[in-house]
Write a protein that binds this ligand. Structure first.
Ligand code: MN3
Length: 211
C-alpha cells in the first residue's frame, strides 16, 4: 500500500504563536506531501511497495542502488514528518512543560538535569549546518542520547548511514521551511519556541515502546 499523508492531530493554527498556521499548512501539504509522492513513485511496483516506511529506511542497503538516494530522502522525510506532527501539541494543552516519570528519570540519568538536556538538544539543533534534524534517541537499555542528522536522515537508518543511531523519541525539524515564514533566519528563536509545544506524553510513549 502506498504511503499516505497523515492529517495533523490539531488545527494548523493550534501551535500559534510558537509555530504559525501558514507554516504548518505549507509544511504538511507541500513539503511532507512531496516526500510521500516521491517515495511512492520510487517504490511503485517494487518488492517494497507494501513495507512500512520505518522498515525500509532501516534497511536502505537492501534497495537497488538507483533507488537508494531517493528513498533515503523521501521515505526518510515521510517517517520524520509523520513523527514530528505527533510530537507537537498546543502550548498548555498537552504541549510544553517538562517530562515526568520514567522519561524524566532517564533524562536526569543521562544528562544530569532537564535544563542540561534542553541546552544540549538546543545546541544540536542550532549547530546542525544546513538542513536536518535534532534527535533524542533511546539506545540499548533505555539510555538516552542526543544527536543530529543531515537532510531527511533518521537515526533508524543506523549510525553508519545517518551518523547517528538508536530509536528516536523526540525530533526537531531544523530545515528552513519549518520556520522561515515566522522566524526568517532566526533558527535559535524557533528552537526556543519549540519547547512550548513539545508533547511530552508522546515522547514518553515512544520511550516506553523503545525500551
Ligand atoms: Mn520539514
Amino acid at each position: 500500500m502506498p504511503f499516505t499523508l497523515p492529517s495533523l492531530p490539531y488545527a494548523y493554527d493550534a501551535l500559534q504563536p510558537h509555530i504559525d498556521a501558514r507554516t504548518m499548512e505549507i509544511h504538511l501539504t507541500k513539503h511532507h506531501a512531496a516526500y510521500v509522492t516521491n517515495a511512492n513513485k520510487a517504490l511503485e511496483g517494487t518488492a517494497w511497495d507494501n513495507t512500512p516506511a520505518e522498515q525500509i529506511i532501516a534497511n536502505l542497503k537492501d534497495l537497488p542502488e538507483d533507488k537508494r538516494a531517493v528513498v533515503r530522502n523521501n521515505a526518510g522525510g515521510h517517517v520524520n514528518h509523520s513523527m514530528f506532527w505527533q510530537l507537537l501539541a498546543p502550548a498548555g494543552k498537552g504541549g510544553g512543560g517538562t517530562p515526568s516519570g520514567d522519561l524524566a528519570d532517564a533524562i536526569n540519568a543521562a544528562f544530569g538535569s532537564f535544563d542540561t538536556f534542553k541546552g544540549q538538544f538546543t545546541d544540536a539543533a542550532i549547530k546542525r549546518f544546513g538542513s536536518g534534524w535534532a534527535w533524542l534517541c533511546a539506545k540499548g537499555g533505555g539510555k538516552l542520547a542526543i544527536c543530529s542528522t543531515a537532510n531527511q536522515d533518521n537515526p533508524l537508518m543506523g549510525e553508519a548511514v545517518a551518523g547517528c543511531g538508536g530509536t528516536p523519541i523526540l525530533g526537531l525539524d531544523v530545515w528552513e521551511h519549518a520556520y522561515y515564514l515566522n522566524y526568517q533566519n532566526r533558527r535559535p528563536d524557533y528552537v526556543a519556541a519549540f519547547w512550548n509545544v513539545v508533547n511530552w506524553a508522546e515522547v514518553a510513549r515512544r520511550f516506553k515502546a523503545a525500551r
